[in-house]
Design a protein around this ligand. Structure first.
Ligand code: ADP
Length: 190
């Protein structure tokens, strides 16, 4: 089983690359951001809980996020593995993921961070905002807040998995195919 954490700041290309990787490796793609947006578009209680946090570029509380992630993993008992995109974003989320996978008698295979500079991220997200319709992509202050939250709350997750030698970094700039190849090279070593 391959359980990949696709890591990196907002706008680093995780969703784009995940879409290509799921095909190649027959994995299930779980994007917590997409899940929250789906819940919001259906105006569910979960969506209502997430909305205010997402609008400000803050993290949705761990209790809400972890429960949602667990449900999604448990909905796929047949899975050959998962790509976690946008999760874990805090140390408690990483600990919860490890515990969940242990219950399933599996483990995180590795984490790969896409490395992209802050300025490039801001430009990419603003461009994406023109078509994504996401309010959090259309306000520079919110974009910058998401980058700050990433540095303060999320980047420690890289160090958490680095302790077991599981963290990797690839250059997240260049053509989509070049980045894809960099990712595959690491995944093939899992
Ligand atoms: P991006 O990677 O561009 O920030 P995402 O779709 O991954 O976009 O996330 C959008 C928003 O959804 C985040 O800013 C946050 O509010 C919320 N979110 C997504 N994943 C998590 C998570 N694991 N924990 C807490 N909040 C999350």
């Amino acid at each position: 089983m391959i359980n990949l954490i696709l890591f990196g700041p907002p706008g680093s290309g995780k969703g784009t690359q995940a879409a290509k990787l799921v095909e190649k490796y027959s994995l299930i793609h779980i994007s917590t951001g997409d899940l929250f947006r789906f819940e919001m578009s259906n105006n569910t209680p979960l969506g209502q809980q997430a909305k205010a946090y997402m609008a400000k570029g803050e993290l949705v509380p761990d209790s809400v996020t972890i429960g949602m992630l667990r449900n999604k993993v448990e909905a796929h008992p047949e899975a050959r593995g998962f790509i976690f995109d946008g999760f874990p974003r805090t140390i408690p989320q990483a600990e919860a993921l490890d515990a969940l996978l242990l219950e399933k008698k599996t483990t995180v295979s590795g984490l790969i961070a896409l490395n992209v500079s802050d300025e490039e991220i801001v430009q990419r997200i603003k461009l994406r905002g023109k078509t994504s319709g996401r309010p959090d992509d259309n306000d520079e202050d919110i974009i910058r807040n998401r980058i700050t939250v990433y540095k303060n709350e999320t980047s420690p997750v890289y160090d958490y998995y680095a302790r077991n030698g599981k963290s990797h970094t690839v250059n997240g700039t260049g053509s989509l195919l070049a980045i894809f190849r960099r990712l595959c090279k690491i995944i093939n070593g899992f």
